[in-house]
Write a protein of this length. Structure first.
Length: 323
């Protein structure tokens, strides 16, 4: 509950809604798995850096739970860190997946004041070949559980956001490109980009189609085998293990469908290699800036007017299914 209260502070979310969402966490011991997953990623990145002769220290800060970002920046100041590169665990451009993190960093720097480290955000990586490749491998693993791949429908999923947020960013364009690239890499012929974990009762339109509604639609068309590939996420956190592994899977069973969920990239060695490469390209101006598909690598520094905060409707907000 303290974590959910931090997530929703200032948003007028009713207490009963918080209690309902907390039940999702109680299915898994009352805590999110994401901190442990971040620790595993740090261990893997430490090994990757060491093997390539880099002794850069690694720090880790969260927005809504310990280790909190302001505390981490204070430790960095104590350690004498003057300049850092920030890897945000989001592959796509949007207010919540990019600009808001930069705002969080700026607020923490202002709170610390003199001596706070300069922090530069690494670029979004939706079309980096070493993101696409492990996404494709995870999807192939899931497809291999079916005998005839041509009879399997692939649903690529990402977190839904308000339409007003999507309209001021490249979120949808980037997701569609990632889905296309992964589908091509795996030979998936029947696929669709859908959205999940939509917040309820916010009084505004959210990106669709919703995965649960789309499962009902394709079931009515005779689809019986589905692979869900959550390309919008990099680790198997609560939106994955509850919204997909419980809610979506339960609905699929009810509809007489077989649903297999592909793993996220997690600590896949090629994905960890990508993080090192993003670091290296910022340190060395001559390092290659890798990208595949229709679009070039995103710029290091976002435009001043990119991904602005969406205007909030004048109604009480409610928390999404997984917080």
């Amino acid at each position: 509950m303290p974590f959910l209260e931090n997530v929703t502070r200032g948003r007028n979310v009713p207490r009963d809604r918080l209690l309902a969402v907390a039940e999702h966490y109680y299915h898994f011991g009352g805590r999110s798995p994401i901190n442990d997953q971040n620790r595993q990623l740090i261990v893997a990145l430490r090994k990757e850096l060491d093997e390539h002769g880099s002794n850069l220290p690694i720090y880790w800060g969260n927005r809504n739970w310990h280790p909190l970002l302001p505390d981490v920046l204070k430790k960095m100041r104590h350690d004498g860190v003057k300049h850092a590169l920030a890897f945000m665990t989001s592959a796509y451009s949007s207010y919540s997946g990019c600009r808001q993190y930069r705002e969080n960093v700026a607020a923490s720097q202002a709170d610390i004041g003199e001596g706070a480290a300069q922090i530069d955000k690494l670029r979004v990586f939706y079309n980096h070949p070493h993101f696409i490749e492990p996404c494709g491998e995870r999807l192939k693993e899931a497809l291999a559980k079916f005998g005839e791949r041509e009879k399997v429908y692939v649903l690529f999923t990402a977190h839904s956001v308000p339409v007003s947020m999507a309209e001021t960013s490249d979120y949808v364009k980037q997701l569609e490109e990632t889905a296309r690239l992964v589908a091509e890499a795996t030979g998936a012929k029947h696929w669709k980009l859908v959205y999940q974990s939509r917040s309820a009762g916010t009084g505004q339109a959210w990106l669709e189609p919703d995965i649960l509604e789309y499962l009902e639609k394709v079931s009515g068309l005779g689809v019986r085998n589905v692979v869900v590939a959550p390309i919008g996420f990099i680790s198997d956190h609560m939106e994955i293990i509850y919204d997909l592994d419980i809610e979506a899977k339960d609905l699929a069973i009810e509809l007489g469908m077989t649903l297999v969920r592909a793993r996220t990239v997690g600590t896949h060695p090629i994905f960890v290699r990508m993080i090192r490469e993003l670091i290296e390209e910022r340190i060395d101006p001559g390092a290659p800036r890798l990208a595949v598909g229709r679009y070039a690598a995103n710029p290091d520094v976002c435009a001043a007017d990119c991904c602005p905060a969406p205007r909030r409707p004048q109604v009480k907000e409610r928390l999404g299914k997984s917080g």
